[in-house]
Design a protein around this ligand. Structure first.
Ligand code: GLU
Length: 304
C-alpha cells in the first residue's frame, strides 16, 4: 500500500520520540481535555521528544466557529507550546480520499447502507452483511474496512495488555461516513503516520479504538507506536466529562490552579509551593519529575 506522499516537514526529534495532542474542536478545552494535553505534553518533554499539534476538524457541523483558535490560545496561555506547524485535518481531505480509493481498489473496503436500527439488531457490532453485495447501494452509504478474524493486542504503558478479536469485537468499521465525512479511525491513522508519531498519550475512552487503528496501520504498512491511555474523568453522575456533557471551559486566569489539580489527578506529587506559581514554572517542575507510571489505571476522583 502506498504511503502518504510526504511526511510533515521537520518531524524528527533527537530522542526519536514524537508525541502529539489531537483535539477535535467541538468547544474550548475543559478539564478532561486539559489532562490529555498535559499528559501527552509532559511525556514528550520528559523524554526530550517533540510535541506536535493536530486539529481534528473533520466534522464541521459539530465544530462551533473559533473553537480551534480558542484551544490553541488556551494551550499557549497554559504554557504548553507545541513544535512545528499545526496540522489541520480539514486540509487533508484529498489524502484521505486517495487512501480510501486505494483500499477500495484492493477490495479491502466496501459500501454499506445499513441503518442504525439494522446495526442495533445485529447486536451493535456490524456483521459484514454488505461485504458480498454486487451492486452499489442506491441510498447514501458508508465505506467500511474489511476486518479479519484476528486477535489484535498491544501493551499499554498504563492499562497493561489490551486485545480484541477484531471481527467479533469491532466488526468491519467505517472509514468514510454516510454523510461523506471521513471517519476519525481513518484520519487518525493516516495523520499519525504523516506526522511520524511514535508515542500516543490520550484518554482511556479511546482504548477500544486502538486495535482498529493498529489493524489499519498494518493494512497500510505504517509504523506502529507506543500507547498510554490515561483515565478519563467522570462527573457526579458517572458520565464522561466532555464537551457533550457541557463540561465547563477552563479559565485562563485560573491556569495555575487547573494545572496543579491536573498534576494531582495524574498521580504526580507537586509540592504545595508551586500551586500558585506561573504555569511555565509549574510545567518545568512537572517535566523534571514526570512519572507516567504514577498515573492511575482508572479515575478514582470524580470532579466535585
Ligand atoms: N480527536 C480526538 C478527541 O478529541 C482524539 C484523537 C486521539 O487522540 O487519537 O477526542
Amino acid at each position: 500500500m502506498q504511503k502518504p506522499a510526504t511526511s510533515q516537514a521537520d518531524t524528527e526529534s533527537e530522542s526519536g520520540y514524537i508525541g502529539r495532542f489531537a483535539p477535535s474542536p467541538t468547544g474550548p478545552l475543559h478539564f478532561g481535555s486539559l489532562l490529555a494535553a498535559l499528559a501527552s505534553f509532559l511525556d514528550a518533554r520528559a523524554n526530550q521528544g517533540k510535541w506536535l499539534m493536530r486539529i481534528e476538524d473533520l466534522d464541521p457541523p459539530r465544530e462551533p466557529a473559533g473553537s480551534a483558535e480558542l484551544i490553541l490560545q488556551q494551550l499557549q496561555d497554559f504554557g504548553m507550546n507545541w513544535d512545528d506547524e499545526v496540522l489541520y485535518q480539514s486540509a487533508r481531505l484529498g489524502i484521505y480520499e486517495e487512501i480510501v480509493d486505494q483500499l477500495q481498489d484492493k477490495g479491502l473496503a466496501y459500501p454499506c447502507d445499513c441503518t442504525r436500527p439494522q446495526i442495533r439488531e445485529m447486536g451493535l457490532v456490524y456483521n459484514g452483511s454488505c461485504r458480498e453485495r454486487s451492486t452499489p447501494p442506491e441510498r447514501p452509504y458508508a465505506l467500511r474496512l474489511k476486518t479479519e478474524a484476528l486477535e489484535i493486542g498491544f501493551d499499554d504503558k498504563i492499562q497493561g495488555h489490551f486485545s480484541q478479536q477484531l471481527e467479533l469485537d469491532a466488526g468491519d468499521f467505517v472509514i468514510r461516513r454516510k454523510d461523506e465525512l471521513y471517519a476519525y479511525q481513518l484520519a487518525v491513522v493516516v495523520d499519525d503516520e504523516f506526522q511520524n508519531i511514535t508515542h500516543v498519550v490520550r484518554g482511556w475512552d479511546l482504548l477500544d479504538s486502538t486495535p482498529r487503528q493498529i489493524y489499519l496501520q498494518r493494512v497500510l504498512n505504517y509504523q506502529e507506536m507506543s500507547y498510554i491511555h490515561i483515565p478519563i474523568i467522570v462527573d457526579g453522575k458517572g458520565q464522561k466529562l466532555s464537551k457533550q456533557t457541557f463540561a465547563p471551559s477552563i479559565e485562563t486566569d485560573r491556569a495555575s490552579e487547573a494545572i496543579y489539580k491536573a498534576l494531582i489527578f495524574l498521580g504526580q506529587v507537586p509540592p504545595v509551593e508551586i500551586a500558585i506559581e506561573r504555569p511555565e514554572s509549574q510545567l518545568q517542575w512537572a517535566i523534571a519529575n514526570w512519572d507516567s507510571q504514577a498515573v492511575a489505571k482508572v479515575s478514582s476522583l470524580p470532579l466535585e
